[in-house]
Design a protein around this ligand. Structure first.
Ligand code: SF4
Ligand code: SF4
Length: 466
């Protein structure tokens, strides 16, 4: 049997649409799923973090006071894993500033002040993204190396949250050939509807972007996984079959959290298990988000760098939930203001959904390339049950999609048993929140996992430096 045989098997494999464990939290999509995407009027100022992607921060190539045009590169990628940044509108470069990201990291950022006489490019860019199949069909013949260059120079990163530079993801090592491109349209986090609206309103961009990415990867098969609570999106994506010799399928999947996790999605679609510490490429698969796919098509067909994205502003704490097309770098407060503000009952505002999102310490935190939602919850929804001792019910174990033992890991972190935490695979935890959601004792398991992972990382760094 040749060495490539197991990988060829992965092409044939069909998943059952299922992954073990996980949970079924209330979907709460109705707040915004019927709100078509609106272009947010360009704000007077954006603040662009230089580190809004995985890898090295981008390096500024413009100076304070300089005038820049819409789409102009203002910070270039540094090293192999990084991404450049571009101006979302004609602007004057302000001073470098420090901002706090939702995850608490203080990072360098640059402010851009919009030129008052400059046009708002938002509506035109959104219109381009919503172009029909005929328009996007024209870019599918582009050679793979040119597509990859365009993706790299457009500053594309994973827009599902991880923000890993797309050009790097689409350039796997030679000994890890990719057979299948898996496009993630699950959007399994409660409340969020940005990807749903994008698939419904810009399906041709999603499909064309998937074909362009598959060309770069030389993959023979594309699967687009969408949870079956988005029937309109599935229908829209099935309305066009781009001219492409490989196999392409839009697959409806049962709604279950966290179906949008890479490992869970690969299990559901291909019945492949990624070993602990492994990556999708180890089973011949690359996964990109639907927003990333659309941004690829936008970059290749219209030569547009990544300067705008769709963001859901939703939840019972928002007066008028919406899906907005916004310049990256816009303060979250401006999106909320456009949605007529917060309700008096609001208790917490999150960047991202309630399962994996982070509480915003200040509402001015800017939208980044990886942020798909702002969710405002009422005070009563954010109340945690008073914490009691673990009753050893095992519900956290039954919920964990990665087969970890959250109760034991939580104990290990509390008692600073770092050896035990490492042995029990704490670093594999994806912080999905299933364990904490199920825990009747109100134990803050995810916070414990995050604390423990931070400590283990520090220890590895210290050991490396010693
Ligand atoms: S947060 Fe971590 S430990 Fe808890 S269920 Fe998710 S993966 Fe498992
Ligand atoms: S769900 Fe909570 S109470 Fe039950 S075993 Fe896990 S940590 Fe303990």
């Amino acid at each position: 049997m040749s060495a490539a045989a197991p990988l060829r098997q992965s092409i044939r494999a069909e998943g059952t649409g299922w992954f073990p464990r996980g949970i079924h939290p209330p979907e709460e999509k109705l707040h915004s799923r019927y709100r078509p995407v609106m272009s947010l009027p360009a704000p007077a100022e954006v603040r662009l973090p230089l580190s809004q992607h995985a890898g090295a921060p981008a390096s500024l190539i413009v100076k304070s006071g300089e005038e820049v045009a819409q789409g102009q590169c203002i910070a270039e990628a540094v090293g192999m894993v990084s991404a450049p940044l571009h101006a979302p509108f004609d602007a004057k470069v302000g001073r470098p500033v420090k901002i706090t990201l939702p995850n608490g990291r203080r990072v360098d950022a640059i402010s851009l002040t919009r030129k008052p006489e400059g046009a708002d490019p938002g509506p035109r860019l959104w219109q381009e993204l919503c172009s029909d199949a005929k328009s996007f069909a024209t870019c599918l013949e582009m050679p793979a190396d040119i597509i990859l260059d365009m993706i790299r120079s457009a500053g594309l990163v994973g827009m599902g949250g991880a923000a890993f530079p797309t050009a790097v993801k689409l350039s796997p090592p030679k000994d890890k050939p990719i057979q299948c491109l898996l496009v993630n349209g699950c959007e399994c986090e409660p409340y969020l509807t940005a990807d749903d609206r994008l698939m419904r309103e810009a399906p041709a961009a999603v499909l064309a972007g998937a074909v362009l990415a598959a060309k770069v990867l030389n993959a023979g098969r594309i699967d687009i996984g969408v949870e079956d609570n988005k029937p309109e999106a599935i229908k829209a994506l099935r309305s066009w079959r781009p001219d492409w010799p490989g196999r392409m399928r839009v697959r409806g999947l049962p709604a279950k959290y966290p179906m949008g996790g890479e490992k869970q999605l690969i299990r559901a679609v291909y019945d492949k298990v990624i070993p602990t510490g492994g990556l999708p490429m180890h089973v011949g698969v690359a996964v990109i988000n639907v927003s990333t796919a659309a941004a690829i098509a936008h970059a290749v067909r219209f030569r547009r760098p990544l300067t705008h994205r769709v963001v859901s502003v939703t939840g019972p704490g928002v007066t008028q939930p919406n899906n907005l097309w916004v310049p990256i770098g816009t303060g979250s407060d401006q999106l909320i203001e456009f949605c007529k503000g917060l309700t008096p009952s609001v208790g917490r505002v999150l960047s991202g959904g309630p399962m994996m999102g982070m509480a915003l310490s200040e509402l001015t935190v800017p939208v980044t390339k990886g942020s798909g939602g702002i969710v405002a919850l009422r005070a009563e929804e954010t109340k945690r049950p008073e914490e009691t001792a673990c009753v050893r019910c095992g519900r956290c174990v039954d919920a964990c999609p990665l087969h970890l033992t959250p109760a034991r890991l939580g104990q290990a972190v509390r008692h600073r048993r770092w050896d035990l935490a490492a042995r029990e695979n704490l670093m594999a935890c994806m912080e999905c929140g299933c364990c904490a959601y199920q825990c009747p004792a109100g134990i803050p398991l995810v916070q414990l996992m995050r604390t423990g992972k931070t400590e283990l990382r520090k220890r590895v760094t210290r050991a490396g430096a010693a």
